[in-house]
Design a protein around this ligand. Structure first.
Ligand SMILES: *Cc1c(COP(=O)(O)O)cnc(C)c1O
Length: 439
């Protein structure tokens, strides 16, 4: 049990803070259920239980979006059925309930990322909006001609284009950390890029295409030594591993709700409080001001400064339910099981004649990207679909990765903790069949 000692708590406020700490720490210690039961998990996801083209659905497109458990669907439904009202300025009961649930989700997101303060959690539309917010608000304020923005070759376009646009606007220069043949960042080259001009490092926690998990703590420390601010695109990190923004020392961390079992149209931007406080609004309107007069408007404090207009209230509440679900299954259990799936998948696909896996990083999220001799990636995807197997094909919004490996498209099977060993085997069997037909 949690224990604390020391002087008698003086103020109510302090006491409330302690209670919060107790809740936080007990949450951490009681969420591990120990045994991972995939069939039990699957029964929580209604969409998994269906047939596609006459075959049981094998859903392996989780890096694009995840399926949703009943608890998330129920939270959305409950909001619209019983608590639907606008938040904040309402005095009536429903508005009170909506506000409480919305703010409770902010606390859940704070715990999920181990942020220090709930004010450091900004609800946005998704990772894309979170990155755009930082580039537009922090970036325009702080970047000038000749400054440098460092990104990597394995970024999703969402973590490339906003920085390209910012560089065009400000005259700053974009620098790229290259990757090696395994798909890992070349840290010696990164070190050479860092200098007094470096103002930002924007880097994926994990690659959506290659699966590479980047050494965020190390590269963040290097960027900080150069005086740069670090944004981590956690869209592929948050679904697969425990995230601790304080331990990573990330200045900004973004992720999308819909890739962590939550609804679409909601995501989180974490920012260190000092940074958020220094930033001008991203959008303007209702909900983000303190006072408006004819002459001047003063802005509210973060996070509401960055949540102009009516936010996605239901989405935030649904995301809260998703984070609860993950905590209940246990992120460590999820990660360990997914690694077993990845090992099985890597071995099984390696036996398919003519198939080449792209990306062999030593630390990977469960993503298997591949090409096959003589067969277009899109055709592989279409043939697997006829077998009920859902994978994604194309450039995966990461064209610099494609260029690095001299490819235009790949097929990608991306796994989640509700996938089974049997599904991995079905994928491998399907690919064996396709290989036989075409080789
Ligand atoms: C999906 C993804 C994004 C974009 O997320 P949205 O939800 O589309 O905003 C950004 N980065 C990575 C690594 C992704 O996988």
């Amino acid at each position: 049990m949690f224990m604390y000692s020391g002087r008698i708590v003086a103020s109510k406020m302090h006491f409330a803070g302690l209670l919060q700490q107790i809740r936080d720490s007990s949450d951490m210690s009681t969420t591990n259920c120990g045994v991972f039961d995939v069939s039990k998990v699957r029964s929580d996801f209604p969409a998994l239980d269906q047939r596609v083209h006459g075959h049981p659905l094998v859903y392996l497109d989780n890096a694009a979006t995840s399926q949703k458990p009943y608890s998330v669907i129920k939270a959305l439904r409950h909001f619209y059925e019983a608590d639907c009202a606008n938040i904040d300025r309402g005095v009536h009961e429903l508005s009170e309930r909506a506000t409480t649930a919305y703010e409770a989700s902010r606390i859940k997101a704070k715990r999920f990322l181990n942020a220090q303060l709930h004010e450091e959690i900004v609800f946005v539309r998704g990772a894309t909006e979170g990155i755009n917010l930082v580039a537009a608000s922090w970036g325009r304020k702080n970047l000038k001609e000749g400054d440098e923005v460092v990104i990597t070759t394995l970024e999703h376009h969402s973590n490339v284009v906003p920085w390209q646009i910012l560089c065009e606007e400000t005259g700053a220069v974009l620098r790229w950390i290259p990757i090696d043949d395994r798909g890992e960042l070349i840290l010696e080259e990164y070190e050479k890029l860092l200098g007094p001009r470096t103002k930002v490092l924007a880097v994926a926690h994990a690659s959506n295409t290659l699966g590479t998990i980047n050494p965020i703590r190390q590269i963040t420390e290097m960027a900080h030594q150069a005086g740069a601010v670090v944004l981590v695109d956690g869209t592929q990190g948050a679904p697969h591993m425990r995230v601790d923004v304080q331990a990573l020392d990330a200045d900004f961390y973004v992720f999308s709700g819909h890739k962590v079992l939550g609804p679409t149209g909601i995501g989180v931007l974490y920012g260190k409080s000092g940074l958020l406080e220094s930033m001008p609004p991203y959008q303007s309107g209702g909900g983000m001001i303190r006072t408006v007069s004819l002459e001047k408007t003063t802005y509210s404090e973060p996070p509401s400064r960055f949540e102009a207009g009516t936010p996605n209230i239901a989405g935030a509440i649904g995301l809260g339910a998703a984070l609860d679900y993950i905590a209940q299954v246990g992120m460590d259990e999820i990660g360990a099981y997914e690694q077993e799936l990845l090992v099985r998948g890597t071995a099984a696909l390696s036996t398919v004649p003519g198939l080449r896996i792209i990306g062999a990083a030593r630390n990977k999220v469960p993503v298997l990207t591949f090409v096959m001799d003589g067969i277009d990636a899109h055709d592989i995807g279409a043939m697997l679909d006829l077998m009920g197997i859902a994978v994604r094909t194309g450039h995966h919004c990461a064209q610099p990765v494609m260029t690095r490996f001299n490819l235009t498209a790949t097929a990608r099977a991306s796994l989640a903790f509700y996938n089974t060993m049997a599904e991995i085997d079905a994928l491998a069997a399907g690919l064996q069949k396709i290989s036989k037909t075409f080789q």
